[in-house]
Design a protein around this ligand. Structure first.
Ligand SMILES: Nc1ncnc2c1ncn2[C@@H]1O[C@H](COP(=O)(O)OP(=O)(O)OP(=O)(O)O)[C@@H](O)[C@H]1O
Length: 904
């Protein structure tokens, strides 16, 4: 999810020849300027290159796309209406006829309304506040067409678990289109006539292009669902069964409800336990394997419990998928940063009015005052679900600082939440401890099953000629029989290369990574789901939450960064319970590169201290002030990735002492034009304008100002100021633009001893960095062990390494540390010091820290030393095989010796 290996690191080249090259340009000066925190002058923004590259042209001439579009049904069951006199908000609500469900206990069954959200599934929810003034929204996905498959219960032991069925050629059942349950044909009701199909309630004119995109997306959704019709649901029966289960949550009553709501016959392993725990109001952690059906553990309670269920998810795309997968009796909603403020307000309004039963939110929402006050004013939050709960822990493979906000104190005390359900498929014992302590969940409330399904056939091989090896693998049994497969790569450029290579070899494939547009990504997913392509070649960006049941194989073209990542990714295969094949290619070189990348977020005490000095102004009276840190420029100044800065700020907010309070990210540089009243006249009426006139610079008749500065003067929050400006804009008085996305915060307490605070934080960050390295080593060692050291008596044979890999994975999750048997990484090199010396001499105009030098030697780009400039040096990536700490130590020594240099 968060891993930058999707985008970073693709620059890493093989060790270049030793020859002298021209010196790269010096990095930006590493001088801290206080002015940089509050910027008045707008910086010239360069047009950004289209990350999708030529994807648009490509998709137009794409034969698969053309074929798909040509075969579109002409009688699609939806209409698109857009009145011309519409304000610029856009959402759509589906309303079932009143009385479709009669409910006495809550609004949840009275009608089913499904908001159509105008949003793009971006990779990660960004905690951003965007002004309505400058919004342009991507097209929405139709979230209503969610045909629910009715499938045999194939995974889990409480349910009848068939012996793992082998995958036969063409056995792909397709996704989502299973309609047969218990051998009986279920009735499906086409709601088209009844509900008038899809009704877009949209009050804004959209461009022709937008309309086309919207149609394509809706069609995609329909196709993704395989044109599946809805199951008829008897609302009264659901209501009756829910009431019975509320009164007596026996397994019998729960199964009755399960049949009605989900169409399944029995629960899978762990589900009943989890559901009973939730219904008893006990907070719990559920650790079940991928594809085991964790979502059902909150979906069914949501039908039974009277209040709202909040589901916190790390990815917007994941939230959208989960919203789609909600059973039809549950009214779902979503709050994400991709919505306009109006859309978000509409969701909150619906929430307040009882129109939403399950709300998907990003953890960043817990920064938003309006959201928090709405939540705390609700009569009842029955349940908060934390999906992918490992994100809470810095010891997981996917730590999200924003998840730190979800602590027991906030959830229980401030928001009065009844119980919390934390769910994950991949948590080590250390991660689990961290989750349980953050959420205050007793160990008795842990529901944990084996973290690996038993329908995987795992194999490993050493890379010789990677592309050819891959092709041979796909063309030989059992992979040649597999209808639907995913190939995971580390770098975006690899996915594109392999995609071309496979298509050249008559294998229908598409690549998927965060560098292509959201629209194209969902298009690829749609082609895959409808079995129009056989292979998706993807980075880590593809996968989480992906529930295509008939994926029969996952191939790792390069090593994952941790066993958690490996387990998550192979977990996309075999979700139909059949045997699925997972092959891993590995080699030392990739391991070295990836191990280097685990150091890309490391920082030194020096940088942390510099950061803290800028976060906390020298001004003694700064408590209570709103400050901001412009992300892009600060990232370069401190040579810190944006995520690292956010981690630091979150720690300053949520650590032992609360030094600051984070606010939503906003663009902090405003440029204002007056249109009706003369500025001084308007200033007499509106205090915001008076302050802006006082605090702004004028340039070409425009007023340029810093939003936090004006907000501080007015004694309001930045968001309140923006709302005032927005009102003036609607009145035609002004127009404005905002830029320079920044972290915003209010200072609560200025630390007295910055030095020791820096030392503490740095120690913590370096433990996190080491933890990542250990994860990488454990992954490599498991593969190495399977191939080289495995005791074949344990059941491994030939290409089958299932028994030993399974054991390694389970040991790893249960905390058995057996990763130390293979030490591939070098601890010394005779030429290292000499090379560093030459490097420093040939770049004498630049300033370095030991870490900056080690990064160059390891081929790791950083904000102040970008690969565009530094990968040209022939030392770039030359020492990936030597431990990063060893290189850093050597750099420290050389910097000390380097006469005339600031050794830092
Ligand atoms: N009791 C059940 N019987 C049959 N199918 C079930 C049952 N429970 C869940 N499923 C189905 O199993 C599939 C996987 O469920 P879900 O997406 O909740 O898995 P998950 O545990 O969240 O997996 P991941 O961690 O990989 O996201 C879904 O299609 C779901 O409908």
């Amino acid at each position: 999810m968060e891993s930058d290996s999707d985008s970073d690191g693709s620059h890493i080249s093989a060790t270049p020849p030793r020859k002298s090259t021209p010196s790269p340009p010096p990095p930006p000066p590493v001088v801290v300027s206080k002015k940089s925190r509050i910027r008045i002058k707008p910086s010239k923004s360069k047009p950004k290159p289209d990350p999708s590259g030529s994807s648009k042209t490509q998709s137009k001439s794409d034969p698969i796309q053309q074929a798909t579009l040509l075969s579109l049904p002409t009688d699609l069951p939806f209409q698109i209406r857009r009145p011309s006199d519409a304000p610029s908000i856009s959402y759509s609500i589906e309303t079932l006829p009143a009385g479709y469900f009669s409910s006495s206990h809550s609004a949840s069954f009275s009608k089913i309304r499904r908001p159509l959200l105008n949003l793009e599934p971006s990779e990660v929810e960004q905690p951003v506040f965007t002004s309505g003034a400058s919004d342009s929204r991507a097209e929405g996905a139709d979230l209503r067409k969610r045909g629910k498959s009715q499938l045999p219960n194939l995974i889990g032991s409480s349910a009848p678990m068939p012996s793992v069925k082998p995958r036969t050629s063409g056995a792909g059942e397709g996704n989502f289109v299973k309609l047969n349950m218990n051998g009986k044909r279920k009735k499906f009701l086409n709601k088209r006539g009844k509900f008038g199909g899809k009704r877009y309630k949209s009050w804004r004119f959209k461009s022709q292009r937008e309309k086309e995109e919207e149609q394509e997306e809706a069609v995609g959704e329909l196709k993704q669902r395989g044109g599946c019709k809805r199951r008829e649901i008897d609302g009264d029966a659901v209501e009756e069964a829910a009431t019975a289960a509320r009164k007596e949550p026996s397994e019998e009553n729960l199964v009755k409800l399960l049949r009605l709501v989900h169409g399944y016959d029995c629960f899978r392993d762990g589900q009943v336990e989890a559901i009973k725990m939730v219904l008893a109001g006990k907070s719990s952690v559920v650790v079940l394997p991928t594809g085991a059906g964790k979502s059902l553990c909150y979906q069914l309670p949501a039908v039974i419990l009277p209040g709202v269920t909040l589901v916190v998810s790390p990815l917007v795309a994941l939230m959208i998928d989960q919203l789609r997968q909600l059973p039809h009796v549950i009214m779902g909603g979503l709050l994400s940063s991709t919505q306009t403020p109006e859309e978000a307000s509409e969701s909150l309004k619906q929430l307040r009015q009882g129109g939403i039963k399950v709300l998907f939110v990003s953890p960043e929402r817990f920064l938003n005052e309006e959201f928090l006050s709405t939540i705390s004013s609700l009569p009842a939050i029955s349940l908060v679900v934390i999906d992918e709960a490992h994100c809470i822990s810095e010891w997981s493979h996917n730590f999200r600082p924003s998840f730190m906000r979800l602590r027991a104190s906030l959830l229980h005390k401030t928001l009065n939440v009844r119980s919390v359900l934390a769910m994950t498929a991949t948590a080590t014992t250390t991660t689990l401890d961290a989750i349980m302590s953050a959420l205050d969940i007793p160990s008795t409330n842990l529901i944990q099953k084996a973290q690996l399904r038993d329908n995987f056939h795992l194999s490993v091989s050493l890379v010789r000629n990677r592309m050819k090896d891959l092709l041979n693998l796909i063309k030989s049994p059992p992979f040649v029989e597999v209808q639907s497969m995913i190939i995971y790569c580390k770098f975006q450029y690899e996915t594109d290369q392999i995609n071309r290579y496979l298509n050249d070899n008559n294998i229908l494939a598409k690549s998927y990574h965060s560098g292509i547009s959201a629209k194209e990504r969902s298009y690829v997913q749609e082609l895959f789901n409808s079995n129009k392509i056989r292979v998706v070649v993807a980075t880590v960006a593809f996968g989480m939450g992906l529930d295509k049941r008939d994926v029969g194989a996952v191939i790792h073209y390069s090593l994952p960064e941790s066993l958690e990542e490996y387990v998550q990714e192979i977990g996309r295969a075999g979700r139909d319970g059949r045997l699925s094949y997972c092959h891993l290619f590995y080699d030392d070189e990739t391991y070295f590169k990836l191990r280097s990348l685990t150091h890309s977020e490391g920082v030194d005490e020096y940088a942390v201290n510099k950061f803290l000095r800028e976060v906390f102004p020298a001004d003694k009276n700064s408590c209570g002030k709103i400050c901001s840190l412009i992300k892009e420029s600060a990232s370069r100044r401190f040579d810190m990735k944006e995520e690292v800065m956010l981690t630091l700020l979150t720690r300053l907010e949520l650590g032992d002492v609360q030094y600051l309070q984070l606010h939503p990210q906003i663009n902090v540089t405003g440029t204002l034009n007056f249109h009706k009243s003369p500025p001084p006249l308007l200033a007499q009426k509106v205090s915001a304008i008076a302050v802006i006139l006082k605090r702004s610079e004028t340039k070409h008749g425009q007023y340029i100002f810093d939003i936090p500065t004006v907000a501080n003067d007015m004694g309001v929050t930045a968001v309140e100021l923006i709302n005032q400006l927005y009102d003036l804009k609607l009145m035609g008085e002004i127009t404005y633009e905002m830029k320079d996305l920044a972290y915003c915060y209010r200072i609560i307490e200025v630390p007295t001893d910055l030095l020791s605070l820096s030392a503490d934080i740095t120690r913590w960050l370096s433990e996190v960095e080491n933890c990542k390295v250990r994860k990488m080593d454990a992954m490599f060692n498991a593969a190495y062990f399977a191939l080289n050291l495995c005791d074949t008596m344990q059941g491994c044979s030939g290409a089958n390494h299932t028994p030993c890999l399974q054991r390694k994975i389970l040991d790893y999750f249960s905390g058995v540390d057996n990763a130390d048997f293979c030490k591939k990484i070098g601890q010394s090199s005779p030429f290292l010091r000499a090379d560093i010396k030459v490097f420093l001499q040939s770049n004498s105009q630049a300033r370095f820290t030991p870490r900056a030098v080690a990064r160059v030697m390891h081929g790791i780009a950083s904000p102040a030393y970008p690969s565009t400039a530094w990968s040209k040096t022939h030392f770039w990536g030359r020492y990936t095989h030597i431990d990063f700490q060893v290189v850093m130590e050597a750099a420290k020594e050389e910097l000390k010796n380097f006469v005339g240099k600031d050794t830092l």
